[in-house]
Design a protein around this ligand. Structure first.
Ligand code: PEP
Ligand code: MN
Length: 291
């Protein structure tokens, strides 16, 4: 019989030399611009799937900020299934993201898809996002391990948690600011875009000291399911969420069907605040300005 250490087989812990809970039993807090991810704040990263224009991003950034989001998301390099779909605004999109950051003061998270983009993206982001499709792109993970900015590291759509945590070790070799992100996996179910694996939240927290964020937008693929699954993620112990919001989802160039309308986002934030009070996670919603 293999020896068990806090009910994790010792052989498994050996593979998680850096990510394993045994390294930091108290848990890791990743800081970005004064925001603590993995502490008692429930961190909400929100914004459009893709940066589409200056007006779209700034409008959406102000909306999410006014409802309590503290980090702005927006893709400039988009990993689309079809080469004929909108691929993102690339460098121009990054510049718009940085403008929105200046206007709102919100730190930003954006995806880097290729080792050749790391230097450029580094100039325009506070947090690097590694997307699901690149979870095992080891050259990219090695490159990002040299960066000194936090990395939002998404779980591969077909990856086990064991493969996921082993892949995180590539980044952790040089960069300890890794934030895990459950975003749904491929199963036999077709009514949802992915199957959001809520089990992953307590399991990752059990196996690893790294903060865990949940993406209920890609995890479900349906706008109306985002609120319920965000609430479930919070109740299951997630440190925050990554959620798609658009000032006008019907016109979105990417993932509009799963993007929340501003008023849906606002309602969700209030619901989360109630759950947060019960489980000791804080969400601060700014007071509405009265005209
Ligand atoms: C995204 O967050 O914009 C995205 C493309 O997500 P994923 O890599 O999880 O598909
Ligand atoms: Mn998307």
């Amino acid at each position: 019989m293999e020896k068990l250490l806090c009910d994790i087989p010792a052989s498994r812990l050996k593979s998680y030399q850096l990510a394993g809970r045994q390294q930091k039993p108290e848990g890791t807090i990743v800081g970005v611009q004064g925001i603590e991810i993995g502490g008692d704040q429930f961190v909400v990263m929100a914004g459009p799937c893709a940066v589409e224009s200056y007006d779209q991003l700034v409008a959406t950034a102000k909306i999410v900020q006014s409802s309590g989001a503290t980090i702005l998301r927006g893709g400039a390099f988009k990993p689309r299934s079809s080469p004929f779909a909108f691929q993102g605004m690339e460098e121009e999109g990054l510049k718009i993201l940085w403008e929105a950051r200046k206007i709102t003061g919100l730190p930003v998270v954006t995806e880097v898809m290729d080792t050749r983009q790391v230097e450029l993206v580094n100039d325009y982001t506070d947090i690097f996002q590694i997307g699901s499709r690149n979870m095992q792109n080891f050259p990219l993970l090695k490159e990002i391990s040299k960066a000194d900015k936090p990395v939002l590291f998404k779980r591969g759509l077909g990856a086990t948690l064991d493969e996921y945590l082993q892949a995180s070790e590539y980044i952790l070799q040089g960069n300890e600011k890794v934030i895990l992100c459950e975003r749904g996996i491929r199963t036999f179910e077709t009514s949802t875009r992915n199957t959001l694996d809520l089990n992953a939240i307590p399991m990752l927290k059990h196996l690893s000291h790294l903060p865990v964020i949940v993406d209920p937008s890609h995890g479900t693929g349906h706008r109306w399911m985002v609120g319920p699954m965000a609430r479930a993620a919070m109740a299951a112990g997630a440190d925050g969420i990554l959620v798609e919001v658009h000032h006008n989802p019907e016109e979105a160039l990417c993932d509009g069907h799963q993007s929340l309308h501003p008023e849906e986002f606002e309602r969700m934030m209030h619901d989360l605040q109630v759950i947060g009070e019960a489980i000791g996670k804080k969400i601060l919603i700014p007071e509405k300005e009265t005209a």
